[in-house]
Write a protein that binds this ligand. Structure first.
Ligand code: GDP
Ligand code: IMO
Ligand code: MG
Length: 423
């Protein structure tokens, strides 16, 4: 598997961390290509739990080089803190490589994220308030500050001063906040620079050379397909492209080097933040999914909204990402239910939808057309062979496979590394 993309096929938190960790065992590089520390990827190894926000999940393996590529936004304070915490726990992050083209999340991005959300009131997106949207806004407005700018204190200070001219006008006049000072920010960031510079390189070249030398590269998506800025439920999305195309753009690799695109999907579905969610459950079944599934945000601690598996959305993810395989996670959580529902289509104002409605407005009113499947009511966390799964669990897996037209090659039945069934 020279190059494999692992990405979220839903609204994030599908289990990408554990899936990446599984593939990373044989990978030479694990690459984060978009997003920043809005991500929270959990890896459980024995009694140890690791929650990674920016460091690629491949950091757990000593032979693997973790790469933060150009499409990411990097909060240096968070990254250095994560590096220190990993070192304290015996994980060696020294192989980490960071693209000189990646953009920096600045203190004013975090500030703007928080105040903009507050001003949106009822219409807020429910962002993670990590400064992601404002950092990407500056990138596309071509006034962003990049990792490479840390190399030259004079250029860095100039760029901060220029950015603050605009930012401070907005902060003070629009949002009634105090202005921010260039001195404090420059001083803080140049201190981070000293520690970050050894990690910085041309990651596109590094990966190209790796692929040419037959090395295995794994691309680790953050967020999920339905949070994609172009293909998700806009505006209730993140500000990057978590879809397969984003892996190419974000890391500077061309499409012919990609062999596999693995979509990670939970056996049900969750969403954090606001926005339409056709299969959302507002009843005790939804509460049970949240509690049994431990559906609380890794980054913000927020309670995730939960619902039955949405096959309209999963088919959509299969299409926009050209998924070659699906990794189905958390099947064990469904063991608690007598019957399990899945949405095959939606209806709205008498219209039937097999595909995502073209107009976002319609999605708000969509009711799911649910199919009921029999549950299995047996503990499956110890199953390792597909044949060991109860018949109804296998039926469920095969139903999803047929509905999406994508092979489900792996099914996880618990959060630990070995709690996995490979077909
Ligand atoms: P990510 O953001 O996609 O990496 O996912 P998160 O780490 O935010 O959330 C997934 C959660 O589900 C984590 O707490 C994982 O430990 C847990 N998890 C992953 N796979 C399984 C599984 O098969 N069964 C159970 N019970 N938990 C799982
Ligand atoms: P992982 O990688 C789930 C959601 C936020 C909000 C929207 C925009 O762990 O799956 P942002 O801070 O990105 O501007 O917020 O996107 N969101 C996530 N939801 N998992 C994530 O990451 C998310 N990252 C952002 O809740 O609705
Ligand atoms: Mg997460």
């Amino acid at each position: 598997m020279p190059a494999t993309i692992v990405l979220g096929a839903q609204w994030g938190d599908e289990g990408k961390g554990r899936v990446t960790d599984f593939f990373a065992e044989s990978a030479d590089f694990v690459v984060r290509f978009q997003g920043g520390n809005n991500a929270g990827h959990t890896i459980i190894i024995g009694d140890q739990r690791f929650a990674l926000s920016l460091t690629p999940s491949g950091v757990m393996y000593p032979e693997c080089t973790p790469v933060i590529a150009s499409g990411c936004v990097v909060d240096p304070k968070v990254l250095l803190n994560e590096i220190d915490r990993l070192s304290e726990r015996g994980v060696d992050p020294s192989r980490l490589r960071i693209s000189s083209n990646a953009h920096l999340i600045m203190p004013y991005h975090r500030k703007l994220d928080a105040v903009m959300e507050r001003y949106l009131g009822r219409n807020q997106i429910g962002t993670t308030k990590k400064g992601i949207g404002p950092a990407y806004t500056d990138k596309y407005a071509r006034r962003g500050i990049r990792v490479q700018d840390l190399f030259d204190p004079k250029i860095f200070r100039d760029k901060v001063e220029t950015a603050l001219e605009d930012v401070n006008r907005v902060l003070t006049r629009v949002y009634n906040q105090l202005p921010m000072g260039a001195d404090t920010i420059t001083e803080e960031y140049l201190e981070y620079a000293e520690r970050l510079i050894p990690f910085v390189t041309d990651t596109s070249l590094l990966l190209w050379e790796g692929i040419r030398a037959g090395k295995e590269v794994l691309f680790e998506g953050a967020q999920g397909t339905l949070l994609d800025i172009d293909h998700g439920t806009y505006p209730f999305v993140t500000s990057s492209n978590p879809t397969a195309g984003g892996a190419l753009v974000g890391s500077g690799i061309g499409p012919k080097d990609i062999d596999r695109v693995v979509g990670v999907a939970k056996a049900y579905i969750s969403r954090v933040g606001t926005g339409p969610f056709p299969t959302e459950l507002h009843d005790e079944t939804g509460d049970a999914l949240i509690e049994l599934g431990g559906e609380y945000g890794v980054v913000t601690g927020r309670r995730r909204r939960c619902g039955w598996l949405d096959l309209v959305a999963l088919r959509y993810a299969a299409r926009v990402n050209s998924l070659t395989e699906i990794f189905l996670t958390k099947l064990d959580i469904l063991s608690a239910f007598d019957t399990i529902k899945v949405a095959n289509a939606y209806t709205s104002s008498g219209t039937h939808y097999d595909e995502f409605p073209r107009q976002q407005r319609v999605l708000y009113d969509c009711e799911p057309v649910l199919e009921e499947l029999p549950g299995w009511r047996t503990d499956i966390t110890g199953c390792r062979d597909y044949d060991e799964l109860p018949e109804n669990a296998r039926r469920y897996v095969e139903y999803v496979e047929e509905a999406t037209g994508v092979p489900i090659r792996w099914v996880s039945v618990g959060p630990e590394r070995h709690q996995l069934v490979t077909r």
